[in-house]
Every structure is written in C-alpha cells, then in structure tokens.
Design a protein around this ligand. Structure first.
Ligand SMILES: N[C@@H](CCC(=O)N[C@@H](CS)C(=O)NCC(=O)O)C(=O)O
Length: 217
C-alpha cells in the first residue's frame, strides 16, 4: 500500500518538513502532493483530506493521520527497522521528551523567525522571548550531543524523530544567522548536509509561490 504525504510549500512549511525528511532519510517509499499554502483554494484542497485543515497529512490506505508528530510516530511503528526511535528505552524517552517540547513550544521563535529556506544567513534582531527560546533549544542540542554523541552525529546518536522535529529550527537558525556554540553549529552542519535536506531545499528554491508573511527583514 502506497503512503502519500500531503505537504505545504517546501520553502515555508516547517511542519511539513518534519515527516518528509524522516521518511526520505529512512528510505521509506511514499508519494507526495504539495499544496501551496494561503493561495485561493488552498484551504479547500487541504480540507478534502483532513477536517483539521492543516498540513502535513499522511494517507496510509484507509487511514488519515494528521499532526506531524503523530505521523512520525505512525511511520516509526510501521517501519521498525528504520529505528526512527532508538531501541534503548532511556534514550527513546529522552527523545520523546525533547520532541514533545518542540511540538508544543518555542512559539516566540516560530512567530518571529518563520521558516523561509530561501533566506540565506541574514540576521534579524531577536526579542528577549525569542532569545530565551534559542537558548533553551541550544541547551537541548548541546545536552543531547553530550549524552549521545558517542553513538553518532545526531541528537540521539543515530538519526531519529527528534532530528526531524528540530529540522525546521536548524533552518531558522541558519536563515536568520542566529549564533550558537560549536556543538550546536556542528549539529546544524550535519543536518544541512543530509541528501534529504538538500533535496527538500532545492525543491523549495524553485517553487514559484511567495508567502509575504514569511518574508521578513
Ligand atoms: N501542529 C500541526 C501544525 C500544522 C500547521 O500549522 N500547518 C500549517 C503549515 S506549516 C498549515 O497547514 N497552514 C495552513 C492553514 O492554516 O490554512 C502539526 O504538527 O502538523
């Protein structure tokens, strides 16, 4: 049964990047449909798939799964060999905690620095609330790398759902030239070098749509 991911614009849709990068990196086959957001008819197109009215959405046979973290959990369970969650219970619990923290939080950063992959390393003044979000995320990345760095270059050692959840933040830190320490910087470089990252970014670069609200000075 073919999986199908319904996504927003690759340049701007931070939530869509999460399941896409995990599935592509893990080699899970899927079809995709990009719905350009906030264009005439976009909302109706999304609502045809899910009454929640948001992307991403995963179609798996008769199942419709919405919410990026729920989609990631579903594919991790469906494809256990991909080890999108690590086998070790303690590492998995830590990964779930930092992923849930990301899913539920960091609103100040998300609002002030919306994802815009075409924006390359251009500084934006941060408010105190945004700087607090940045410091907490950097603390999470540094601690993860300290705890699990011996097992690989990702947050939990090997690539996991936690990396997918933080991928849009990597993009934001890079786009808005947000300074971080050496460990966080090395982690960002690891993520941005991934073939899946490169593929997504290249596709976003050639999209014709412009979302003015995400184009900030
Ligand atoms: N919590 C949701 C958030 C999804 C979300 O806000 N998606 C945005 C795009 S990144 C969207 O669909 N916006 C279109 C709209 O609100 O009409 C998730 O994790 O999937």
């Amino acid at each position: 049964m073919t999986l199908k991911l319904i996504l927003g614009n690759k340049n701007y849709s931070s939530w869509s990047l999460r399941p896409w990068i995990a599935m592509r990196h893990a080699g899970i086959p899927f079809e995709e449909e990009v719905i350009p957001l906030y264009e005439p008819g976009s909302r109706e197109r999304i609502l045809r798939y899910s009454p929640a009215g948001k992307v991403p959405i995963l179609l798996d046979g008769e199942m419709t799964i919405w919410e990026s973290l729920a989609i990631l959990e579903h594919v991790a369970e469906k494809f256990p060999k991909t080890q999108l969650w690590p086998a070790d219970e303690k590492i998995r619990a830590y990964g779930r905690a930092i992923s849930a923290e990301m899913h539920a939080g960091f609103g100040a950063l998300r609002r002030h620095c919306p994802m815009n992959m075409r924006r390359i390393n251009k500084r934006r003044e941060l408010t105190r609330e945004v700087a607090d979000d940045v410091r907490r995320i950097e603390m999470i990345w540094t601690e993860s790398r300290d705890l699990f760095g011996q097992d690989g270059p990702f947050l939990l050692g090997s690539f996991s759902i936690a990396d997918a959840m933080y991928a849009p933040v990597v993009s934001r830190f890079f786009s808005y030239a947000i300074g971080v320490g050496a460990a966080a910087e090395a982690y960002m470089a690891t993520m941005m070098k991934l073939p899946a990252w490169q593929e997504w970014e290249a596709a976003g670069r050639v999209e014709p749509w412009v979302m003015q609200n995400n184009e900030l000075d």
